[in-house]
Design a protein around this ligand. Sequence first.
Ligand code: FES
Ligand SMILES: [Fe+2]
Length: 362
Amino acid sequence: MDGSIGQRQKVKQGMLTGKFLRNAWYVAAWSEEVVPGKLVARTILGEPVVLYRKADGTAAALEDRCPHRFAPLSIGKLVPGDRIQCAYHGLEIGADGMCAHNPHGAKNIPTRARIAAYPIIEKHLAVWIWMGDKPAVPAKIPDFSVLDGAPALHVMPLDLISVKANYELVVDNLLDVSHTSYLHEGILGNKDTVESETPVELDGDDVIVSRYSPNATPPGMFTPFWPGHPPRIDKFSRTRWMAPCYLTLFTGICAPGAAKETGTGYHGIHMLTPEDEGNTHYFFTAVRWNVMTDDETNKRERDRVAKLRRFAFEEQDGPVIEKQQLVLDKARRPLDPVILSTDVGPVRYKRVLERLLAEEQG
Ligand code: FES
Ligand SMILES: [Fe+2]
């Protein structure tokens, strides 16, 4: 593993920064994953973390490493007082990360018997964790308010897959949707959608990539959303990257030449939490907009869209991205990718990310 990390540092000029922004919020879990009484183990930014719910229902996150002999606390059990009892020798650690009970000898609590307790906020159906050394800034949670208050049948199930690749490769994939015409042909794109305008805008530190494909055969993802849709449509997307690893994708179809808002589609939600340098927790869901179908149809569509999107990410994007990572790991020299017209978005976000990393590191 060390070899491949070193290798990634070598290739960073070409493809990856190879670093994490630490003073930022990351999605640790969907809120619904952290059920009362359960310990959820998850590696985030290379650090082991355990999540659980306190008696008052709020979430807590601790370093998943007992201060005694470093057994993972996540294999222990929750005991009264919002403590985790270590499975190995029974130390009890509170939600503040301090040892609250030592069952051995004179029962003294050593001053070093403490671990990290991370700031947590629950918002937009997710549990957000702050692992940086600076104070957590709640206002820095990216805007996924499109998830708040949407009718349940219009929101796809909250999903999660693991990708064996650095999260930046997944961002590159999502900010250059020209790949949908090839990798997701028939589902999300087709030969009619290859030729598109791809304007890029900056909004503060956000990078927005739009794509408009006029007069195309409608891709299969969208056709059931619109009974009686015209035989040809305009397909569009507007993807916003928010540092360091978040994307919203406003996408859909409309009648040729019509205003986008008169059509239908969904907001794709993509939250990419680095597990470590070579692995990513890929949280995703979607919210339909301008829903034209009845609730019976919407129920079916919820399942269909969820399955199709999981298939697209897990069976189509995932294997390519993971193989890309293997190629990068094996590179013996710094790589310098050929840049196409569709790469303006990926190049821009990488510049912003590099600046933010440089600012954080002083
Ligand atoms: S390793 Fe946790 S109490 Fe010993
Ligand atoms: Fe894709």
